[in-house]
Write a protein that binds this ligand. Structure first.
Ligand SMILES: Nc1nc2c(c(=O)[nH]1)N[C@H]1C(S)=C(S)[C@@H](COP(=O)(O)OP(=O)(O)OC[C@H]3O[C@@H](n4cnc5c(=O)[nH]c(N)nc54)[C@H](O)[C@@H]3O)O[C@H]1N2
Ligand SMILES: Nc1nc2c(c(=O)[nH]1)N[C@H]1C(S)=C(S)[C@@H](COP(=O)(O)OP(=O)(O)OC[C@H]3O[C@@H](n4cnc5c(=O)[nH]c(N)nc54)[C@H](O)[C@@H]3O)O[C@H]1N2
Ligand code: SF4
Ligand SMILES: [Mo]
Length: 887
């Protein structure tokens, strides 16, 4: 359990902790599923975290990340006071500096020299405040959100098809469907609770079919009846073939098409002209897919970043929506296209209009809407045209067109493509401001003015999940240090700029009511988003607000009977033509780098990176490669390799796997400079964008990969952090009461031994003991302070072998000998179950002792019996064991 260190400015903190011990119903701060959580503070700065059994999104379920939230609450890494140029300042000074800086920039260069870069991890009320300030009062729409990297293509695709950015369906549609098509979604790892719901539904109704469309064989494929490992980027070709195939078989809902749509002929002509071979799939597999789709009325097509993060992202979205329009399978139980959102409040961001090309309350920059919003806000300086999109926004900063940039709740130096250029842009910017919860991140390091923000456990407001469900996030811990909620910071700056009246909210409920009122303002059913009824709720009703889904008819779905939001109320078929990605592989860079997520880390690891139990699943930044691509490059599992592109490079640990297609590599997006020297893969990632949505092509970068010759590999476990010398590769891993480092380098072995042991001893003093096989340790008063092991090859199990010793307060002589001989064998194979800390080795042992199912493995080891996120991996081990037996 994470403990809060109280500090001087939380003088009253002890008392506050003492009163805050009742259970609070709140919402998970991670993914867009939006699970309900019950948090019970322990009176000591920590809290017990449990699933909310009554929340409609999860009904008692949580995934490994949600279940580990209690481990992320400690304050040691938090930004607790405002800072300017590394010096602590008062809020007065910080806010005055921000306000005068923004004003001076606007006076000299005009409002377009100012930009905000915000996030789907802001609460709706914070998000609303940021958008109102810049678009209504500073006079520019240069506000974009990290959701540009996440679902901008879906927004654009929805608008083209429906005339509005509407997600038509509900989560229960996955359970009601007879065919679920998952396109570019690793649901098992990225939306685990929905995956569990899907799994449970299919268990109940085994006739239900699941198709996964993803170039990689992911854990999600574990429950797939058909995995279509298409060529990356070729989704439009596949869905065009589907559209033509459906039309040819006469699977057309003529009534729906005639009454509610237009544009079918052009779309069908484009589909018929498509070369199906472009997807690289076998004819038979495509035929099966078309057949199943044709034969099944209840189809849901769920899609995510494999669709959105593409230079053809919007076309991919429309190509798949076309198939649902043709068959009239939309907005009815168990049917429809479903864009699953990533962040907890990606949908709230859409509602407040925080993309640079949208206005508040699902409005656009049409003259009527600009006028309407300006009147509602009584805005003195309304933005009148769209602003810059994320990638261009930071190009603007780098080129000096933008002189002042304010970043809130996102880490662009790690998460934007061509990330070195982003860092350079921020370092060269006159006025770089960051509102952040933590003290050290790649972005915080690059910004001059740092404003401490409240984090999940402390902040108050609402979020909207992927099914349009609005839930409250409620504080259950007192505000630490001088940290403030984002809306307050914005309102204080607004007041200093002379707009006090428009930002004179007394509290969070005031903002929510204003946001709700705007959604209903002059709406009359012309805009999908209308929660105008909430404009009059009182503070008590806001406080006790229960989760609710906005919009749709009685059954909460949109478009089952037409009613689209184009002026003629018809949906549009969009003619889509496959095209090759903007930057294609060539001789120099023949491989395609795909990037994405792993099960137990969240984005740039500022929170999940604090959890010991989440550290075990994927401890290092792994570069996955197909065996053939590895062997021609002389690479084997565990090697260190450099990935290089036109934009930059990364250095990662190689993992060879046939779950990838030949010619492709995969790297996780999570590692930053804080946790790995060169694991920050976005330094290499392609900044090309979709021409309509501006969403970057994060899944498709031409790269070359080469083996780096390492003279030595090593592992360090140390109670206190180490300042490592310059070496080729390192990654830091969280342990219980210690820090672990895996290291590798190209200097001579003896040099490494000397410099690394010196680095260890600088912060972990005590008597040094030399062991065997390259092991050395600092053991003081019988307790291990640090242990270092170096060898010529990568020893993947070293960390597991030494971990048990760090839990001991005093070593026996036997344990000391064991340590110096190279550790113990208890934890072989890394962790599989984060909830109970069960290793792969332990699961394999249970299997060889006779476990044959999830249930028996669970009974013998506890693995998989809590959150269930590891069940696909346990099943894979069971399958592997069965294959071994057969073979
Ligand atoms: N554990 C965890 N969960 C998360 C997050 C996290 O950081 N960690 N982040 C959240 C956020 S913000 C988001 S946006 C979601 C993302 O959730 P997902 O979109 O499910 O996750 P990704 O791993 O980014 O990408 C999904 C898949 O797209 C595939 N793909 C790549 N190229 C193509 C292609 O051309 N076509 C197709 N069809 N597929 C392709 C990749 O191989 C990958 O398996 O996850 C959310 N949930
Ligand atoms: N290569 C590659 N890159 C990607 C992706 C990919 O698939 N591949 N996916 C993209 C996607 S979909 C996304 S969503 C982005 C995510 O990328 P980011 O948004 O950059 O990632 P996070 O680590 O979630 O950053 C959130 C930051 O906000 C801080 N924070 C948390 N709560 C608060 C708060 O209440 N207020 C303030 N002010 N700060 C807070 C956290 O400490 C953290 O530093 O990454 C994108 N980048
Ligand atoms: S699925 Fe996991 S990460 Fe997503 S909201 Fe639920 S508990 Fe949080
Ligand atoms: Mo995302």
């Amino acid at each position: 359990m994470g403990k809060r260190l109280t500090n001087t400015t939380v003088a009253q903190g002890e008392d506050v902790f003492a009163v805050m011990t009742t259970a609070v119903h709140t919402t998970c701060p991670y993914c867009g599923v939006g699970c309900g959580i019950v948090a019970t503070p322990d009176g000591n700065g920590g809290a017990d975290i449990a699933a909310d059994h009554d929340h409609p999104a999860n009904r008692g379920r949580l995934c490994s990340k949600g279940a580990a939230l209690g481990e992320t609450l400690s304050l040691e890494d938090r930004l607790l006071h405002p800072e300017i140029d590394g010096r602590r300042v008062s809020w007065e000074v910080a806010l005055d500096t921000v306000a005068t800086g923004l004003q001076r920039t606007i006076d000299r260069q005009g409002p377009d020299a100012v930009a905000f870069y915000v996030s789907g991890q802001l609460l709706t009320e914070d998000y609303y405040a940021a958008n109102k300030l810049i678009k209504g009062f500073l006079g520019t729409a240069n506000i974009d959100t990290n959701s540009r990297l996440c679902m901008a293509s879906s927004v654009a695709g929805h608008k083209r098809a429906f005339g509005s950015d509407t997600v038509p369906g509900l989560y229960e549609d996955f359970e009601l469907a007879d065919l679920v098509v998952l396109v570019g979604s690793n649901l098992a790892w990225c939306h685990p609770v929905l995956f569990q719901r899907l799994e449970a539904a299919r268990h109940k109704r085994p006739s239900m079919k699941i198709v996964v469309v993803d170039p990689r064989r992911t854990e999600t494929c574990d429950i797939a009846d058909l995995h279509l490992a298409l060529k990356p980027g070729s989704d439009v070709a596949l869905f065009n073939v589907l559209l033509a195939g459906l039309a040819d078989r006469g699977i057309v809902d003529r009534g729906f098409v005639e009454r509610h749509t237009s544009g079918l002929d052009a779309a069908l002509a484009a589909a018929r002209a498509t070369d199906g071979a472009a997807s690289g799939l076998s004819r038979a597999d495509v035929e099966t897919f078309v057949d199943w789709f044709a034969r099944t009325e209840k189809v849901v097509t769920l899609y995510s970043q494999g669709v959105n993060q593409s230079s053809a992202g919007v076309d991919k979205v429309n190509a798949l929506i076309n198939c649902h329009l043709l068959t009239g399978r939309i907005g009815r139980p168990g049917m429809g296209p479903f864009s699953i959102t990533g962040q907890p409040n990606a949908m709230g961001g859409r509602e407040v209009g925080a993309l640079s090309n949208t206005l508040a309350a699902h409005m656009d920059f049409s003259p009527a809407a600009i006028d309407r919003v300006a009147r509602f806000w009584r805005a003195p300086r309304m933005a009148t045209r769209p602003g810059l999109k994320a990638v261009e926004l930071f190009e603007g900063v780098r080129a000096g067109r933008i002189k002042a940039v304010w970043i809130m709740a996102t880490n662009p130096v790690a998460s934007l493509p061509d990330a070195d250029a982003v860092r350079e842009a921020l370092r060269g910017c006159e006025l770089s401001i960051v509102s952040e919860a933590i003290r050290a991140s790649d972005t915080v390091d690059a910004c001059r003015i740092r404003l401490p923000a409240l984090a999940w456990a402390e902040k108050d407001g609402t979020v909207t999940n992927s099914e349009r469900g609005i839930s409250r996030q409620r504080p259950f811990l007192p505000p630490p240090g001088e940290a403030k909620q984002d809306w307050w910071i914005l309102a204080e700056v607004a007041r200093r700029l002379g707009h006090g009246e428009a930002f004179a909210w007394r509290g969070i409920a005031d903002i929510f009511r204003e946001h709700a009122a705007l959604s209903g303002f002059e709406n009359g059913g012309r805009r999908d988003f209308d929660i105008g009824a909430c404009a009059s709720i009182d503070d008590a009703a806001y406080e006790s607000l229960q989760p609710f889904v906005w919009g749709g008819g009685a059954d909460k779905r949109f478009f089952g009977d037409g009613g689209f939001f184009h002026d003629d109320r018809r949906a549009r078929f969009i003619a889509t033509t496959p095209r090759t990605p903007v930057n294609a592989p060539d001789e120099e860079r023949p491989l395609i780098l795909n990037t994405g997520r792993v099960r137990d880390q969240w984005h740039t690891m500022t929170r999940t990176g604090k959890s010991v139990r989440l550290a075990g699943h994927r401890p290092e930044p792994m570069l996955e490669l197909h065996p053939l691509d590895a062997s021609v490059r002389g690479l084997v599992d565990g090697d260190i390799a450099e990935v290089s592109s036109r934009w930059g490079r990364g250095v990662l640990r190689v993992h060879v796997t046939d779950s990838l297609r030949i010619g492709e590599a995969f790297a996780p997006m999570h590692w930053t400079v804080q946790v790995s020297r060169a694991g920050r893969i976005n330094a290499a990632v392609n900044p090309a964008v979709d021409p309509l949505s501006g969403q970057p092509e994060l899944k498709h970068t031409p790269v070359e990969i080469r083996r780096l010759d390492m003279q030595w590999h090593g592992t360090i476990l140390a109670r206190r952090p180490i300042m490592l010398p310059e070496i080729s590769y390192w990654a830091r891993i969280r342990g219980a009461g210690y820090h672990a480092y895996v290291v590798a380098g190209d200097q001579p072995f003896a040099v490494a031994q000397r410099t690394l042991s010196a680095a260890v001893r600088t912060t972990n003093p005590g008597p040094w003991l030399d062991g065997e096989n390259g092991v050395g340790a600092v053991v003081s008063d019988g307790r291990v302070e640090a242990v270092l092991t170096l060898g010529a090859t990568y020893d993947v199990e070293a960390r597991d072998r030494f971990t048990p010793f760090m839990a001991l307060d005093r070593l026996t002589m036997k344990q000391r000998d064991e340590l110096l001989h190279g550790g113990t064998d208890m934890h072989r194979g890394g962790e599989i179950c984060a909830c109970f800390g069960v290793s792969c080795g332990a699961v394999e042992a249970a299997i060889s002792d006779g476990a044959t199912s999830l249930a028996t493995v669970g009974a013998m080891t506890q693995a998989g019996t809590n959150c269930g996120s590891c069940r696909p991996e346990i099943r894979a081990l069971l399958r592997a064991a069965r294959h071994m037996k057969v073979a």
